[in-house]
Design a protein around this ligand. Structure first.
Ligand code: SF4
Length: 398
C-alpha cells in the first residue's frame, strides 16, 4: 500500500521545511519538499533530500554497542571496535556506572552534553532534561551556537523575531551580513533572486568571499570581529546626516538620545581602521541602506562568534530601528524567527521533577568544557553523557 505522509524537517534551521514522504508497504521510498509550504516551495536542501539514504544506511546505529577496543588503538574496523549488546546489558551498565559515581562523588559529578542536530522540541529537549533533572546532575548551559547573537537581538527587540523569508521578495536593498544565503539558506535565496529581478540590490558583508558574495552587486570584505564597528559607523552617518526616521524613533524606540551621543565616537574613518572597509564605502553603504526602501538585513551567526559578537549583533539590530525599516513589508532584520512560537518549554522539560530536597545544581557552560573537566573539583566531573539526537544516543564515560 502506498501513502503520503506530511512531515516537518526536524533540523535546527530557520526554513522549517514541509516534507512529503512516500511510504510503500511500511518503507519510506521517496522524500520531497512540500510544494504547498510557503518557504519550502517544493524542494529540500541537499542534506535532507538524501535523508532516506541515511535512514536505511547499513551504518546506522540501531542497537546499543559497547566499545571493546581502547580509544586511540590502531584498529579501524568497526566490527573490531564495537560489540553489539542487548538493551538490558546497556541499561544495567549505565545505571551501575551512574550509581557508583553518585555514591562516591554525588550526582553533580555527572554532566549531560548535547546540542542541536536532528531535534524538534520533543526529541531534542524533553525526556533527557527530565531524567538528568531528577538525577540532580550538573546542568549544561547550551551556548555553543547562538546565545550571544540571540542576546544581542533580544536586547534591542525584546523578542527573537525577524522578517519572514517570503517578505524578502519585496525588499529593494538586501544586506547579507555574514550570511552565505546562496550556500546555506537555500529557501531564502529564490526570494532574493525574485527581488533582484525587480531591481533590488544585494550587498554582502563577509570576511570570506562566499558563493553569495561572488554573485552580489556589491561585496564588502570585512576584517573578522569588526562588525560592531561597522554598524556603529553606519549609525554615525545615518544619524549625523539626518537619514534616520524621527517619527518611528520617537514612537517605537527608547534610548535614541544616548545612542546619538554614543555613535559620535565612531566616524567612518575610525571604523575603517578596524574593518578594512574604506570610509567612503562605509558612508556609501550607510546612505544607500537608509534611503532605499524597503531595506532588509539578513544577519547570521558568524557575527556573534567572536569576542564582542553579542554586542556587534546588538549594534546591527539597531539599524532597522533608527531607519524605521521595521515598519515596512520587506524591511527589517532577520537573525532568528524562533520567538514566533511560544512553546511551553517547562511542560516539556519539567524542572519541577527535581527531587524535593535537592539543591540547585551547578551549571557548566558547554563552551568551557575543557576548563570544567580540568578544574572542577567539588565534585570533579566523572560521568560525561554525550547525547546525539539522530539515529542513536551514545554514552561515554570519562
Ligand atoms: S533547508 Fe534543509 S535542513 Fe533546513 S528545514 Fe529545509 S530541509 Fe530541513
Amino acid at each position: 500500500m502506498k501513502t503520503m505522509v506530511h512531515a516537518a524537517c526536524p533540523h535546527d534551521c530557520p526554513d522549517a521545511c514541509g516534507v512529503l514522504i512516500t511510504v510503500e508497504d511500511g518503507r519510506a521510498t521517496r522524500i520531497q519538499g512540500d510544494p504547498n509550504h510557503p518557504v519550502t516551495r517544493g524542494f529540500l536542501c541537499a542534506k535532507v533530500a538524501k535523508y532516506l539514504d541515511r535512514v536505511y544506511s547499513p551504518d546506522r546505529v540501531l542497537y546499543p554497542m559497547r566499545r571493546i577496543v581502547t580509544k586511540g588503538a590502531a584498529s579501524t574496523k568497526r566490527s573490531e571496535v564495537w560489540q553489539r549488546i542487548t538493551w538490558d546489558e546497556a541499561l544495567d551498565e549505565i545505571s551501575e556506572r551512574f550509581r557508583s559515581i553518585i555514591a562516591r562523588f554525588g550526582s553533580e559529578a555527572i554532566l549531560p552534553y548535547s546540542y542541536g542536530g536532528t531535534l524538534g522540541a520533543l526529541n531534542g529537549a524533553s525526556m533527557d532534561r527530565r531524567f538528568f533533572t531528577r538525577l540532580g546532575a550538573s546542568e549544561l548551559e547550551r551556548t555553543i551556537c547562538s546565545s550571544a547573537g540571540e542576546a544581542g537581538l533580544e536586547s534591542v527587540m525584546g523578542v527573537k523575531l525577524g522578517t519572514e523569508p517570503d517578505q524578502f521578495v519585496h525588499s529593494r536593498y538586501i544586506i547579507a551580513w555574514a550570511s552565505n544565503i546562496h550556500g546555506n539558506n537555500v529557501h531564502l535565496w529564490p526570494f532574493i533572486v525574485e527581488a533582484r529581478r525587480k531591481g533590488a540590490k544585494l550587498v554582502v558583508i563577509d570576511p570570506y568571499r562566499t558563493r553569495t558574495a561572488a554573485c552580489a552587486d556589491w561585496y564588502l570584505p570585512i576584517n573578522p570581529g569588526t562588525d560592531g564597528a561597522l554598524a556603529l559607523a553606519m549609525m554615525h552617518v545615518i544619524i549625523g546626516e539626518n537619514l534616520h526616521d524621527p517619527d518611528y524613533v520617537a514612537k517605537y524606540t527608547l534610548g535614541f538620545d544616548e545612542l546619538r551621543e554614543k555613535v559620535k565616537a565612531y566616524p567612518p574613518e575610525r571604523a575603517a581602521q578596524w574593518t578594512g572597509i574604506s570610509a567612503d564605502d562605509i558612508r556609501k553603504l550607510a546612505r544607500e541602506y537608509a534611503t532605499t526602501r524597503p531595506a532588509v538585513i539578513r544577519v547570521n551567526y558568524g557575527v556573534q562568534r567572536s569576542e564582542g559578537g553579542g554586542m556587534a549583533t546588538r549594534a546591527i539590530s539597531m539599524l532597522p530601528c533608527i531607519t524605521g525599516s521595521l515598519k515596512e513589508v520587506g524591511g527589517g532584520i532577520h537573525l532568528s524567527t524562533s520567538g514566533a512560537f511560544d512553546l511551553n518549554k517547562s511542560a516539556l522539560r519539567r524542572p519541577d521533577l527535581k527531587a524535593p530536597d535537592a539543591k540547585t545544581p551547578r551549571v557548566v557552560n558547554m563552551v568551557e568544557l575543557g576548563k570544567a573537566l580540568n578544574t572542577l573539583s567539588d565534585p570533579p566531573l566523572k560521568g560525561f553523557v554525550r547525547i546525539q539526537f539522530e539515529s542513536s544516543s551514545s554514552l561515554s564515560k570519562l
